[in-house]
Structure formats: C-alpha cells, structure tokens
Ligand binder design. Sequence first.
Ligand SMILES: CC(=O)N[C@@H](CCCN)C(=O)O
Ligand SMILES: NC(=O)OP(=O)(O)O
Length: 353
Amino acid sequence: MNHLTDWTDLPDAVWEACLDRARWHRAHPAWTRAAAGRALGLLFFNPSLRTRTSMDVAAAALGAHAVTLSPGQGVWGLEWRDDARMDGEAAEHVREAVGVLSRYVAALGVRTFATLADREADHADAAFRAVVAASSVPVVNLESARWHPCQALADAAAVCDTLGDPRGQKFVLSWAPHPKALPRAVPNSAVVMAARLGMEVVVARPPGFELDGDVLDFARQAAARSGGSVTESEDQHAALSGARVVYAKAWSGGAVYDDPGAEAARRAGHADWRITEAALGRTAGAAFMHCLPVRRGVVVDGDVLDGPNAVHLLQAEYRLWAQKAVLEWIWEVRGSGFGVGEVQGSGAPSVRA
Ligand SMILES: CC(=O)N[C@@H](CCCN)C(=O)O
Ligand SMILES: NC(=O)OP(=O)(O)O
C-alpha cells in the first residue's frame, strides 16, 4: 500500500516522479476520469484552508469524490491514544472510526498537528501513526506533528519554477515571530525539501529555536545525495546575504514542552526577526516563500507579500498540482498507468522571467 507519511520514508525516485508530475499538472490542468469511482476521506483534526480545498479539488479533477470530516465538529470527537480510558469528550476511537472509514473510501487524508504538550507523542508522530495503523487503505499525511509532505512537494515545484535550476543556490529558512507557539512540521519539511534540491540551506533561528537533530540529519543525508549543504545560523542578517530564497516560518522553541511561559517570553523577545523590505534587500533578489496562513506585520511585512519577489500564492497554487500527483501515485492511476521513472520533464512554464 502506498502511504504518504513523509518523503523521508520513501525512495528518492518517488519524490522525483511526483515532483515532475506536479509540474506537469500545472502545464496540463485538464480534469480527467483517472480515479473515477473512488472516494477520498479527509480527516481534519485541525483547521485548514489550502489543504482542505486543494485536496477536494484535486480529487474532483481526477474524477474521485472527497468527503471532509472534522472530528468534534459535526463528527464524533475521536481518541487516538491506545491506553486512553474514554470518559472525556471523545466518543469513539480512531481504531473504530478509521476502520469504518476504510470500508467507505479508497484513501484517507489526515491532519493531526503537534500537541506541543507531549514531546514523545509529537516526536513519534503518534496521532498520525495511530490513524495509519488503523487504516486498511492508503493514508496521505496532510500535516502531522512532524511533517507536511504535500507542502514540501508544492514548495519544491515552486522553487524549481522560480529559480530554474536550484542546485547550489542559497535557501534560507528564517524563523519568524508569532503570537502563538506553532508546530515544526512545515520547517522540518522545508529544510529537507531544499536539501533534496541540492541547495545551500541555512536554518536561521534565534537560540532556543533549534530544529530537532534527527530532522537536520535527514536534511544532511539528502544534501549528501544531491550535492547540497545544511548549516545553522543565529545571525539572520548574515544568513540573508546572497540568499535566492527566503522561506519564513514561525515555530516554537523546545522549551514549549517543559516551560511554555518561558518559551512565549523568549519568542516575544525576537519580534525583530520579521521579514521586511530592508531584510529582503540584503539578499540576492531572493524569492519570498511562506506556506500560509501568514500574519501580516508580525511574520512578514505586507509590502513584501504584495511585492514582486513573493511567491507564496504560487506555492499555494502548487498544492493542487502536487496533490493530484500524490493521489495518482497512491492509487496507481494515470490514464495509461503511473510508474516511477516514466515521467519525462515537466514542460511547466517559468513564472519569473
Ligand atoms: C498558524 C498555524 O497554526 N500554522 C500551522 C499550519 C501551517 C500550514 N498548515 C503551523 O504552523 O503548522
Ligand atoms: N499551508 C497549509 O497547509 O495551509 P492550510 O493550513 O490552510 O491547509
């Protein structure tokens, strides 16, 4: 069964074929009946605008039918912990709920954000893994505690369209201020994504906001295969010099698990990490990237988002093309059949001359 838990669980050839295919879809947007007769269940434990809409439309564009379910909002609240005594809000367990859904649909998409309270559960991606374990159909990760693989695929396509050949170009993942403690699935995925593309990756973040060591290890392993590199910096100013991409993202510091108050205070002390026109001016004409949703004037200034270097809407658009490619891969459909290695070039136009 083709689950998409994360790209780090899959051969590079699958990533490359899906990336080529995502770019191909942008150039060939016609709807098909490749997955006609199939249903897709979309289980959202957390809010979504892009993922929810683009998955629904991607399914429709392949002739499939999507059903979106939000546990606790018109759908029974769900428990995922194996050892839970269910005397709280949750009316059923994912073992039953996902067992049932597997009998209705041909694949499931699932969103389960990090708890930011249970370090071990988050690190093990336990909620998402509980759904995968209970499912008898393929599962697509729509952002778990650890990874956001659909975002990574869309981001990679947007980088390739924007830069042409990204190899050797400087990609700065820049930590950003935010009023809330946010998960790390997006930065984790972005750093491995850029390393896979052979980019010179710099993770710029204040002290206390380090990404997990195993995520940096995954990224360094990817960089070793692609000819890229991965380093860290506590100096945003220096990191931005020479950058061709600035990917801004807020994420919580490790202290969020032990001392949330201290984490919040430390986060509030770094408001000056916001991306401004002046910050972008220190780069080599970098494209500005963000996964969205984004807070204007907190994470990034409005004039950067409204300016010529911002590619955040292209990233978001690519979610649709990327997820068409993912659905084709998990269902092994594509008109004449979808096999790794048979995809030739994308033909997608460059959006930046
Ligand atoms: C604001 C917020 O909750 N952001 C979430 C979702 C990002 C895109 N799905 C995060 O930082 O992981
Ligand atoms: N980037 C992203 O996943 O957006 P949503 O949270 O709106 O789905």
